[in-house]
Design a protein around this ligand. Structure first.
Ligand code: SF4
Ligand code: SF4
Ligand code: SF4
Length: 298
């Protein structure tokens, strides 16, 4: 199978997980003709491939053109990492106005005419082209990536999974704290007990499984939601990540959904820091998505 790895605007962390697979990845290169991977191979042009692993987001016109070209040359396209799947951390830039973002990046007095042609607002890659499979994670863990690659290279692209991080979590349940939310800076969680029930904002009930509940089970810290919303939250009948986040956290903490919303001082960073670019979240803002986009120099 001919394989390529392409990176759009990103921190390149997902590619480094590929490298960290070491022997496994090098065997894979040998067996599967990895023909394009700019971080590893000196190959200038993306050739036609059977499988493309795509990392990052569309932040400017160059990203968009490369994505469109890549889609035309790839039989199957995989969104690798949470940036590609849900916009990831770069989506948080949407919290400031376009003008402010421009000034922060290019200095006072900068205008859109001086900026590279691009998108004023960020969207996941499947807002632009069709995506055949998603492997979220910031970055996806090594085992997760290996399992995914084994399936993908045998011609079976894994479908999305429906369970949540809670289903993999090893902590034990305890009576919910009804005293409101606590922050890690001001309180120390009790080992082995559900963090959400102790009052820490843990996104486990909303976040898709696959990481083995790494943060709560291995490090005793809340899940930040880096694998993105689980399918249940995105698909009917819920389809409203904002509302469903409040509902699920309310159920686990014994608070009302309204109280959960009020107590989270910074909802975007608390709940949606990895998926603020997700169209289902954005559609519910006044004006929707369309006003954030302008044509990419077409
Ligand atoms: S998903 Fe995370 S690790 Fe991967 S490119 Fe985006 S920010 Fe970096
Ligand atoms: S809410 Fe967090 S700590 Fe509790 S079971 Fe779910 S993932 Fe584990
Ligand atoms: S527990 Fe949550 S934040 Fe931690 S790796 Fe898993 S999905 Fe990401």
């Amino acid at each position: 199978m001919r394989v390529a790895v392409l990176s759009l605007s990103s921190c390149t962390g997902c590619q480094y997980v590929l490298l960290s697979l070491e022997e496994y990845f090098y065997t894979l290169i040998g067996e599967n003709a990895v023909s394009y991977a700019p971080f590893l191979l000196d190959q200038k042009e993306l050739p036609e491939v059977d499988l493309l692993l795509l990392e990052g987001t569309v932040r400017n016109g160059d990203d968009f053109r490369r994505l469109r070209e890549a889609r035309q040359r790839a039989e199957k396209l995989v969104a690798l990492g949470t940036c590609a799947c849900f916009g990831g951390v770069p989506g948080l830039a949407d919290m400031v106005s376009e003008e402010r973002m421009l000034r922060m990046r290019y200095g006072e007095g900068a205008t859109f005419e001086q900026a590279p042609p691009g998108v004023k607002r960020l969207l996941p890659v499947d807002a632009y082209v069709s995506v055949d499979a998603f492997l979220p994670g910031c970055p996806p863990g090594e085992e997760l990536l290996k399992d995914f690659l084994k399936l993908a290279l045998s011609g079976n692209l894994p479908s999305r999974m429906g369970a949540t991080v809670c289903s993999e979590c090893k902590v034990t349940a305890s009576p919910p704290s009804r005293d409101g939310f606590r922050r890690l800076l001001s309180a120390v969680p009790e080992d082995g007990k559900c963090l959400l029930e102790q009052g820490f904002i843990c996104m486990g009930p909303l976040t898709r499984d696959g990481c083995g509940a790494l943060c709560p089970s291995s490090f005793g810290v809340p899940c930040g939601g880096c694998r993105g919303p689980c399918d249940e939250v995105l698909l009917p009948p819920f389809q409203d990540p904002c509302l469903e986040t409040l509902r699920r956290l309310a159920r686990a903490t014994g608070l009302s959904p309204k109280a959960v919303g009020e107590q989270a001082k910074d909802p975007a960073h608390s709940f949606f820091k990895y998926c603020l670019a997700e169209p289902l979240l954005r559609r519910r803002r006044p004006g929707g998505t369309a006003r954030f986009l302008y044509r990419l120099g077409e």
